[in-house]
Design a protein around this ligand. Sequence first.
Ligand SMILES: Cc1cc2nc3c(=O)[nH]c(=O)nc-3n(C[C@H](O)[C@H](O)[C@H](O)COP(=O)(O)O)c2cc1C
Length: 222
Amino acid sequence: MDVYEAVTSRRAVRGFTDRQVPREVLERVLATAAWAPSASNLQPWHAYVLTGGPLAELKKRAGERLAAGDPWDEPEYEQYPPALKSPYRERRSAFGEQRYGALGIPREDLEARQRAASANWQCFGAPAALFCYIDRDLGRPQWSDVGMFLQTIMLLLRAEGLHSCTQMAWAKFHRTVAEIVSPPEELILFCGMSIGYEDATVSQPRTGRAPLGETVRFVDGY
Ligand SMILES: Cc1cc2nc3c(=O)[nH]c(=O)nc-3n(C[C@H](O)[C@H](O)[C@H](O)COP(=O)(O)O)c2cc1C
């Protein structure tokens, strides 16, 4: 698989089969993703990979919290500005329309949207998950380094025939994740990532992208 194919075939997959992901595949992907760049080579990512019993326990505890109507944990960082401005607001609502529209959920049915979103905390059925932490003392450039690490993982997973879904949703359950992985106090949970083989029976529309002219300006002599 070439890089173009890895990039264009990566998408947020929200339905996985229960086929196990071999430990050596995860190790190969993570050892290779360690080559992701970071400013001054800080490598500011801290990843915990869960499979088997520990992941099952996490899903069980998250499911129990949801069933009990437990409020979410306050994420330890602001996930979006309180008032998203244009054009981000429109892109976000277009995404919501597409994601929940594909499930037949109308815009105003917040309860049904919430029910669909709760699949996040079952990792959409994935048999493996990665939880990515960053030191709370680090700043914006290091958060961007972590993003590069995560994207590198996602592309390598494609080369292994695997799919993924990055999930900030897990930051809303960071205390439950911490019960399982016991991270040091100085780390913040940025996101989870479900990893596995795609369940092709789950229909998932491809998300669109803004036209290139909206996000890129060429300043050249052509
Ligand atoms: C940092 C980050 C956090 C995300 N959090 C979630 C999430 O909590 N739940 C979810 O279903 N998708 C999540 N996504 C997936 C995005 O919704 C998805 O990447 C975006 O809509 C573009 O679609 P695509 O990845 O399929 O191309 C997240 C993606 C990123 C990069």
